[in-house]
Write a protein of this length. Structure first.
Length: 609
């Protein structure tokens, strides 16, 4: 029998599709199964009004068999089938979709309820990625004869009459021989096919049967209402689907109708996977349309701040490209992403309010991610995220939110005070915090590298400015006290100049402090770069280190300041040594490295003699 030729554009499209459109060869099985499901959908629809069909919904199935000896995979359905003319029309022209034509022939009201995935007509040809020959035997509903379509690829196809006892279609794929670079034989292993079916086609609505066993689960959890699903079912699904040993902190079921209709099942994990903060971690939600997985990790559905969320979104309203492998990034996708972001925020807030212990466990794993979200994109999401943050604090063990801090503030407290450093014990020992605590004011203790940036981005919460205890003006001094300090600063201006000159490029200036009580000295910074920012940038690779403009603050009420004044009046060399020693002391209290440890020890030894 003479071969019929594909049209020239079809040949080019087949070559492009087989070699470029599909990323993974395993996709072929998903496409063939989806086409079988579409064929069953058509006959099932006809059965609603045609008693001659003689089949109920429970009679429909897709069967898969493997013949290793002959290297064939057969996918059979008992759907609507195709005549010889339809085989030639649908399979002889690539991008001619019988599914789309079927839907277009129906009136708009009826078509709205029919879910047809294969609207581009190229999915069938993905079989040629793994097959050297594809044979399609089909008998259409209402026809007394069957037909065979057969092709070995772009060189053409044949169509001839055949015998088939039942309505439906058998697709027989002769798998290619293995090469040095490709192991096509893997697709002849039943366990491999089972894995592909579970991955991509688990929620096809008809049974997919291999060796007498139904492989797919058919009815996904996210298509049910919350009342129909138990907590154990949700948790078990999460553990199995996402390979986690522990139950999630929370499961979220979403059913949305409107501009875009979709269902979603989202999970908030309890702990971060080992590779979460690495480039290897693949964020995103699994994306399905009509029960068929389209993307395994659709990152566009989650904002970066919620990249820890795992789950599934299923929608019929998304536009797909011809490979059905990637989304055309359109308005519908953005609408879903925006709605999911709001929903996740709401559920996290509810968890924080109603199940504090669970939330704190979650925050230990993912609090850092929320903080990164605050500083990302110049703080665009700070309003959404700031109320989800937890902080250690000075007044008690445990953590509190900014909202809880503000509500507990004394009436005369103007600012939300915080301190950033390496550890809570070191922060508790900072001399700058003494005056704050003595006023009965609490201090937030922050120990992550990003914290200084977080507080600067948030800046204000519930009308209260966030202020570091290292700030130039902590707001603790009255106007009279400030005036007194300025007066004393003027009196000791010459001494401050001497200290600055002695320490040279180590500090930008020296001044009397308004925040110290029992300690002799501390370091602060002028300008936008704080000491904590300097530490952070110093920890990064590279030679372009950013330095803060350091200020040495001295406690005019401390005995050491009296000793410094006395030495300045009588022994400038000794006064210079005192200045250096106070600077080294301030460095240690600020948890900054001593750049001259030998000089520090020499000064101690000299002043002890």
């Amino acid at each position: 029998m003479a071969k019929k030729q594909f049209k020239a554009e079809s040949k080019r499209l087949m070559d492009l599709m087989v070699n470029s459109i599909y990323t993974h060869k395993e996709i072929f099985l998903r496409e063939i199964i989806s086409n079988a499901s579409d064929a069953i959908d058509k006959l099932s629809y006809k059965a609603l009004t045609d008693d001659g069909v003689g089949l109920s919904r429970s009679d429909f199935a897709i069967k898969i068999s493997v013949d290793k000896e002959n290297r064939t995979i057969t996918v059979s359905d008992n759907g609507i089938g195709m005549t010889a003319a339809e085989l030639e029309s649908n399979l002889g022209v690539i991008a001619k979709s019988g599914s789309l034509s079927f839907k277009n022939e129906m009136d708009a009201e009826k078509a709205e309820g029919i879910d047809i995935i294969g609207q581009f007509g190229v999915g069938f040809y993905s079989a040629f990625m793994v097959s050297e020959k594809v044979t399609v035997i089909s008998r259409a509903y209402g026809a007394s004869e069957a037909a065979v379509w057969e092709s070995e690829g772009a060189d053409g196809y044949t169509v001839r009459a055949a015998e088939k006892d039942t309505v439906g279609t058998d697709i027989i794929m002769k798998i290619k021989s293995d090469t040095e670079s490709e192991n096509y034989g893997e697709f002849l292993e039943p366990f491999r096919l089972r894995g592909i079916i579970k991955k991509y086609s688990d929620y096809i609505r008809y049974p997919i049967i291999m060796d007498g066993e139904t492989i797919n689960s058919m009815v996904p959890l996210w298509q049910r209402t919350r009342a129909e699903v138990s907590d154990e079912e949700l948790n078990r699904f999460y553990r199995d689907k996402f390979f986690d040993m522990e139950d999630p902190v929370k499961a979220i079921l979403v059913s949305a109708e409107g501009l875009v209709s979709y269902k979603a099942l989202l999970y908030i994990p309890k702990k971060a996977p080992y590779n979460y903060y690495t480039r290897d971690y693949a964020a995103g939600l699994q994306l399905y349309t009509n029960g068929v997985m389209i993307m395994e990790n659709c990152a566009e559905l989650l904002p970066e701040c919620f990249r820890f969320v795992r789950g599934i979104v299923d929608s019929q309203d998304l536009s797909l490209n011809i490979s059905r492998e990637m989304l055309q990034h359109d308005r519908q996708l953005k609408i879903i992403a925006t709605n999911l972001e709001k929903k996740i925020k709401t559920e996290l807030k509810k968890l924080l309010t109603d199940e504090r212990e669970k939330y704190e466990e979650f925050f230990k794993s993912f609090g850092l991610q929320l903080k990164y979200g605050v500083v990302a994109d110049m703080g665009m999401k700070k309003e959404m995220l700031s109320e989800l943050l937890l902080f250690s604090h000075a007044s008690a063990d445990g953590r509190l939110t900014l909202d809880e801090y503000v509500k507990a503030m004394p009436e005369d407290q103007k600012y939300v005070y915080y301190a950033v450093g390496e550890s809570i014990p070191k922060l508790a020992a900072l001399p700058q915090g003494e005056a704050v605590r003595d006023r009965g004011y609490d201090i937030l203790y922050l120990t992550d590298d990003v914290d200084e940036f977080v507080m600067n981005i948030i800046h204000e919460y519930s009308g209260k400015e966030l202020k570091s205890i290292n700030a130039d003006d902590t707001g603790l001094s009255s106007e009279e006290e400030k005036a007194e300090t300025e007066k004393r600063q003027e009196e000791h201006q010459e001494l401050m100049g001497f200290i600055t000159e002695t320490l040279k490029d180590k500090i930008a200036s020296a001044k009397l402090s308004t925040k110290l009580k029992s300690s002799a000295a501390c370091l602060s910074a002028e300008g936008d770069i704080t000491l904590e920012m300097e530490k952070y940038f110093s920890s990064l690779p590279g030679n372009n280190k950013i330095k803060a403009r350091r200020v040495l603050e001295l406690n005019a009420s401390h005995p050491s300041f009296d000793a410094l004044k006395s030495a300045y009046a009588s022994d400038r060399e000794k006064a210079a040594k005192y200045s250096e020693l106070l600077y080294f002391q301030a460095l240690l209290l600020a948890d900054l490295p001593l750049d001259e440890p030998l000089r520090f020890t020499q000064l101690i030894s000299e002043l002890m003699v």
